[in-house]
Ligand binder design. Structure first.
Ligand code: GLU
Length: 506
């Protein structure tokens, strides 16, 4: 590959369900690299395994990338010059390459039925179709040209397998891992073309990376064991000089560092693993995603970028633009990156603080609507948010913190006030409500001043009187400064809530 070739990278997910955060990180690293070097970022849908195809998964992937702000330059939705971008629509392309490999002696037809292979596996559980046994199995290497032709001619189902050499070393130069070598004796003869004429992943990925002029293959480390097959295919197809650079990204690990983070870990430990909500179309099961839980895309991406990469300084907050300029392969680590939900929350909190409240209005209104409230006026909603912002880490916590600004408390923490309640307090609040109903100007500072003066004149401690006021307005022992709450609720509502709790305390 010449160094001045235009960078072209691809994110190549299989549409089999929701997108795990590891998948989004792969997409992100592809995107960052492409944008840094003025290249193209492609989305290719790898849907050749029809048995694993899940309806809605492709749309979900596209929406995820949009939400993250890393939309591809070429994709099924936005075809460029190298389409189609769905492998199922490229079916007709692959056979010729498989046949080319057979003709050159690098691949062969195999007629073994699924039942025959199953019986092999049941007799030897470690069965692998490879150099050790291929000449005893039902394939063109054993049957010879004439019989093979007759079988193929008669339309008998067959697959095409790669003929992996028995004793070679495949050396792969990985941009992150350096040289990785594989003994071909341990690699099995993977199917390249299936009986239904569809390519397998191995053939399709190499053919498409070649035809789409991909310069760098960024993918998760879990694909490394497949890489020797791909390197051999690049060589056997005569394309070695065009082979992309390999970039196998470190795994994202469970919080305890033991093994790859899975969807089940999220459910078990109570945090999201998918980018957005995903509903399994078969079971109807909903898996919650970062987006719906109130994470900002800026925070999500920032958090993902640091799972396996850093810029070599202490800096942790990066905009997408900064990531593009700072990202490079030399600072991507080999070691797996532990996922830490607290860190994800921290990123979100930081981004929430940086964001203009106004920009969050649509999300805030949506939260209100989900809880059965129409935002009566945007200015009020923004003031409420402004008051609570510091206490909210992820947006979904907004309602829990803010509900009393939109409807009176349904439950009161009576235990916090009842034991110390007295007739004097009833008298104080009755009088206070009376005086507040015509109090002007209705500003937190003035109300507080007035409250304190009134408290002093009773001889009761202001501190002791403050808590009941909070319970009256909020329902519990939480929330921001109580007089700020009163100011926002307004005169009438404040007075009404004082009366409401007084009634319960009689
Ligand atoms: N289709 C593979 C996946 O689902 C892509 C692996 C690759 O990028 O080569 O992740």
């Amino acid at each position: 590959m010449t160094e001045d070739k235009k960078v072209r990278v691809r994110f190549a997910p299989s549409p089999t369900g929701g997108l795990h955060l590891g998948g989004v990180r792969t997409a992100l690293f592809n995107y960052l690299y492409a944008k840094k070097y003025g290249g193209d970022f492609l989305l290719r849908i790898e849907d050749t395994d029809q048995t694993r195809y899940v309806l809605g998964a492709e749309e979900y992937i596209t929406d995820c990338l949009k939400w993250c702000g890393i939309s591809p330059d070429e994709s099924p939705e936005k075809p460029g010059a190298y389409g189609p971008y769905r492998q199922s629509e490229r079916k007709a392309i692959y056979r010729q390459y498989a046949e080319q490999l057979v003709a050159a002696g690098y691949a062969y037809y195999a007629f073994d039925t699924p039942e025959e292979l199953e019986s092999q596996r049941s007799t030897s559980p470690n069965f692998k179709y490879n150099h050790e046994n291929r000449d005893k199995l039902n394939n063109s290497l054993r049957l010879g040209a004439a019989e093979t032709q007759a079988l193929v001619g008669s339309g008998i189902p067959h697959v095409i397998r790669i003929k992996v050499p028995s004793d070679e070393t495949v050396n792969l130069q990985d941009e992150i891992r350096g040289n990785v070598s594989f003994e071909t004796s341990l690699v099995d003869d993977k199917v390249l073309l299936k009986a239904d004429g569809m390519p397998t992943y191995h053939l399709a990925v190499v053919v498409d990376d070649y035809l789409m002029k991909i310069t760098h293959v960024f993918r998760g480390e879990e694909w490394l064991p497949s890489a020797p097959v791909h390197v051999l295919l690049w060589e056997y197809l005569g394309w070695s000089d065009q082979m992309p650079k390999w970039v196998h990204l470190p795994l994202i690990l469970k919080p305890d560092g033991h093994g790859k983070l899975s969807k089940r870990d999220g459910a078990r430990l109570g945090f999201p693993v998918y980018a957005m909500n995903w509903t399994d179309p078969k079971t109807g099961e909903l898996t919650e995603g970062f987006r719906e839980l109130g994470y900002l895309p800026e925070a999500f991406i920032n958090m993902l970028a640091l799972l396996g990469w850093n810029d070599g300084t202490e800096q942790e907050l990066f905009t997408l633009k900064e990531l593009i300029s700072k990202f490079d392969l030399d600072r991507v680590s080999k070691a797996g990156a532990k996922f830490d939900i607290e860190k994800a929350r921290w990123f979100n909190h930081e981004w929430l603080k940086q964001k203009a409240d106004m920009d969050l209005l649509p999300e805030l209104k949506a939260i209100l609507a989900t809880n059965g409230h129409l935002a009566k006026d945007d200015a009020y909603l923004l003031k409420v948010f402004g008051l609570l912002k510091d206490r909210i880490v992820i947006l979904s916590e907004f309602w829990q913190q803010a509900s009393y600004f939109f409807s009176p408390p349904v439950q009161y923490d009576l235990a916090a006030v009842k034991p110390k309640w007295s007739l004097e307090k009833t008298a104080f609040y009755t009088e206070l409500a009376e005086r507040l109903s015509s109090f002007d100007p209705w500003h937190a500072g003035e109300i507080e001043h007035f409250f304190k003066l009134s408290a002093e004149s009773t001889g009761l401690k202001p501190g002791e009187l403050m808590l009941p006021l909070r319970i009256m307005l909020v329902g519990g022992k939480f929330g921001p400064h109580v007089f700020d709450i009163a100011e926002l609720l307004g005169r009438e509502e404040t007075v009404r809530r004082i009366h409401q709790l007084l009634e319960q305390l009689q």
